[in-house]
Design a protein. Structure first.
Length: 103
């Protein structure tokens, strides 16, 4: 049994009711689209927060590793610097031993 539709002539508000129903469906589609956009935005923000929570750890490890490497190099300077100082001392003695023959 299909109820018969009343014609627009008999019910002048029928067209308004149909237009309102169509507007409601369009608004519902828009709300669904907006909800999807919000979920995507919130997911992106949460992924960004996760990356911010974990990015400092590798950075700290890199800085500490570099600092330890530099400390080791600074402590080892004496070991590497001794031959250089000896070579400079020999160079100075050779040049300061006597006057140059070019003069």
């Amino acid at each position: 049994m299909n109820p018969r539709r009343r014609s627009g002539r008999r019910d002048p508000n029928a067209l308004d009711v149909l237009a309102l129903a169509e507007a409601k469906r369009a608004l519902d589609r828009h709300r669904e689209s907006l909800d999807g956009a919000r979920r995507a935005r919130d997911g992106t923000i949460e992924r960004a927060r996760d990356s911010l929570r974990t990015y400092k750890s590798p950075l700290v490890e890199a800085v500490d590793g570099r600092r330890k490497g530099l400390e080791f190099e600074m402590k080892a300077v004496d070991r590497f610097d001794a031959p250089l100082k000896a070579a400079k001392a020999q160079t100075r003695r050779r040049h300061s031993a006597g006057p140059s023959k070019d003069i």
